[in-house]
Ligand binder design. Structure first.
Ligand SMILES: [Zn+2]
Length: 340
């Protein structure tokens, strides 16, 4: 796998970003994954400090989203970004966690209203039932005009009697998504504080072949195994997920199971904070806005300054930069008006 060179202003090698552990339950159609974001998560919060820290419930949700998006990216074989996005009608307007195939990740949130200290998911994003969670897979080699794949789920559930109730946890929303769009039974436990964002995923593997259905008794047995392991996972408390090292955590939960673990992904190969923004991309975005729009800002303020919502980097373009930009950019087609 090739990796884009790390720019000096984004050098994250001095701080360990986090770790990702994959494992299977020997002989059973169940797999698991555990992620702990440490340096990566602390850097994401620090990058935000310049423009004001997020309220605590938003920090927690964004941490859980970052852990969940890392698990979901590591769970698929896909050459592109996985973007987990929550949009709503509460004080939190938008929250985004984006993970590249090499586990480089970034996140951001837009808070537009007052957030209560203990606000739950539905109080942040789903006050009038309009909250949505979208998972986008954006291929790195996307052709012009090709749309990225997107799956969307609401943040409310309907019970058997047709009554609607808001979901209170991100894990519940994502379990629902996995079942609905991937037909995969999944158990997720997520937690985040200001130092660690972590997640545990237990998933039932699709039965291989698929054509020949197993005998009824076999299916029952396989169901039984998944249910037992998922129930064990669900006993994990947030403070244990955040506070215990991986060895202790897996031993405590699954000491009676036959676990086969893979080499953990850490350091250069593990999850870490990195932003994909650059002066070139910001320039392209400005060209997309149009010369008149950009010139009017320069006339008013002397230059255009654009800040990256993910990493806090600021890019300034004065009148000369802008002239050069539009001269060079006049040949560009399909310039995107957004920075994402
Ligand atoms: Zn950035």
């Amino acid at each position: 796998m090739t990796r884009p060179p790390v720019r000096p202003d984004h050098d994250a090698t001095t701080l360990d970003g986090g770790e990702l552990h994959k494992f299977i339950f020997q002989g059973l159609p169940v797999r698991g994954m555990l992620v702990r974001l440490t340096g990566a998560w602390q850097q994401m919060l620090a990058a935000r400090e310049g423009s004001g820290a997020y309220p605590a419930p938003v920090r927690r949700l964004l941490g859980e989203m970052s852990a969940a998006a890392t698990l979901m990216q590591a769970n698929i074989k896909f050459n592109g970004a996985l973007i987990l996005q929550m949009q709503g009608d509460g004080p939190l307007q938008l929250a985004v966690a984006e993970v590249q195939p090499d586990l480089a990740l970034r996140s951001t949130a837009q808070v537009v209203g007052e957030v209560a200290d203990q606000a739950q998911l539905h109080e942040l994003l789903n006050i009038h039932g309009k909250g949505r969670c979208a998972i986008t897979l954006d291929p790195l080699d996307r052709k012009p005009g090709q749309q990225p794949y997107q799956g969307v789920v609401p943040l409310s559930l309907q019970d058997d009697q047709g009554r609607t109730r808001p979901m209170r946890q991100l894990s519940e929303v994502l379990e629902h998504y996995m079942l609905q769009s991937e037909q995969l039974e999944t158990c997720l436990v997520l937690a985040a504080d200001d130092t660690v964002a972590a997640g545990l995923l237990i998933q039932r593997l699709p039965t291989e072949g698929g054509v020949q259905s197993p005998r009824k008794g076999d299916t029952d047995d396989l169901d039984e195994h998944y249910r037992r392991i998922a129930m064990l996972a669900a006993t994990l408390k947030p403070e244990e997920l955040l506070g215990l090292d991986t060895e202790t955590l897996l031993r405590r939960l699954f000491w009676e199971e036959d676990l086969r673990r893979f080499e953990p992904l850490t350091g250069e190969l593990g999850p870490r904070f990195a932003c994909t923004c650059s002066r070139t991309r910001v320039g392209r975005m400005l060209v997309g806005l149009g010369r008149d729009e950009v010139d009017s800002v320069v006339a008013e303020r002397g230059s255009v300054e654009v800040g990256c919502e993910f990493c806090g980097n600021r890019y300034e373009f004065d009148a000369i930069d802008v002239t050069e930009l539009f001269l060079a950019g006049s040949g560009l087609t399909g310039a995107s008006p957004t920075m994402q």
